[in-house]
Design a protein around this ligand. Structure first.
Ligand code: SF4
Ligand code: SF4
Length: 317
């Protein structure tokens, strides 16, 4: 079965990107839940015995009571749970909301953003009285969670979204009963720089005195971004995506998360960056730091909930 929590829908597209290979998957398994494509209901899942579903692919982070509830239900019903995609794996882009809280998110989404028209200041409520009866909505939490912060997860398929070859390898391993040890990330345990064609263009020693944003410079399609002063998370990021962004001449933003030996993706990236900065003057250093508009958002773009930081400190209520 396949289900989404807090995600953009890209992970659902990833299944469609299997093209004709999706027929092989459909032929090999019985699908018992796939809300985006097939009309199964919650009661159908509840009626199954515990452990009756062989594998559950869950994408998306967990940020509402309904997502937590569904995740726990599917954990009970499935023998193997796979966190599918960056948001389930690490918290992903929705996890950036941990730099704020529910109030802050609502203030933006229903308040001050320039495209919002909300003269009555309407906000989502858990219960709303309607002529037809009470309408209930799930609770939105202050904190966004990765899937394994809510339920036990067996495997992780990384990426925003996971690429078709890794999905097919995972499905093949499941069908052949050849899954690796529990807890494994189903992708190579090497850094993206190790597999990137541009690695060879790096000079022996990189010494940066300025940083450039992608839209502010010509990006030579042969040269290493970092060596050119364009921030690229390749040194801190797991390989396996096929260098999708690099091949489109854009630097890596880290959607595959870190390799096994790295505890904190953002800290690893900042440490790699610090090691190639060649500035000894404090004013110059401050200028360089200011040239990164959102360093925390960049370094933890996909991994804030599972980082050591986890979230912005909340005020005590
Ligand atoms: S820093 Fe980026 S461009 Fe340079 S080798 Fe690593 S992944 Fe490739
Ligand atoms: S290059 Fe980086 S951000 Fe792009 S798909 Fe690969 S891991 Fe994700």
């Amino acid at each position: 079965m396949e289900r989404w929590n807090a995600s953009c829908g890209g992970c659902e597209e990833a299944w469609v990107d299997l093209a004709e290979d999706i027929l092989k998957v459909v032929e090999a398994v019985d699908i018992v839940l796939w809300p985006v494509a097939l009309d199964f209901k919650r009661k159908d899942v509840e009626a199954l015995k515990d452990g009756e579903i062989a594998v559950a692919f869950l994408n998306g982070a967990v940020r509402t009571s309904e997502q937590e509830d569904w995740s726990k239900l599917l954990r009970r019903k499935a023998g193997v749970v796979i966190a599918f995609g960056s948001c389930a794996h690490l918290g992903g882009i929705p996890g950036l909301a941990n730099f704020s809280d529910r109030q802050g998110v609502f203030d933006a989404a229903y308040g001050y953003l320039p495209t919002v028209e909300n003269p009555d200041g309407t906000r989502p409520e858990l219960k709303t009285k309607m002529p037809e009866g009470d309408l209930e909505l799930p609770e939105i939490y202050d904190t966004v969670y990765a899937l394994d912060q809510v339920i036990d997860v067996d495997y992780y398929l990384p990426g925003c979204a996971p690429p078709p070859d890794l999905i097919m390898e995972a499905v093949g391993a499941i069908l052949a009963g050849e899954l690796p040890p529990k807890g494994s990330v189903l992708a190579p345990d090497k850094s993206l720089c190790d597999t990137c064609d541009r690695n060879e263009s790096k000079p022996d020693k990189i010494e940066l005195t300025e940083l450039k944003r992608p839209h502010m410079t010509f990006m030579d399609p042969e040269k290493c971004f970092l060596a050119e002063g364009v921030l690229c998370m390749g040194p801190a990021t797991r390989s396996g995506c096929g260098e999708r962004c690099i091949n489109a001449n854009m630097p890596c933003r880290g959607c595959f998360g870190p390799t096994d030996e790295v505890r904190d993706h953002g800290a690893k990236f900042l440490s790699a960056l610090a090691s190639i900065i060649d500035i000894n003057d404090q004013d110059e250093m401050d200028k360089l730091a200011e040239s990164i508009p959102d360093p925390a958002g960049l370094s933890y773009m996909y991994s804030l909930p599972t980082s050591i930081l986890a979230r912005k400190r909340m005020k005590k209520s």
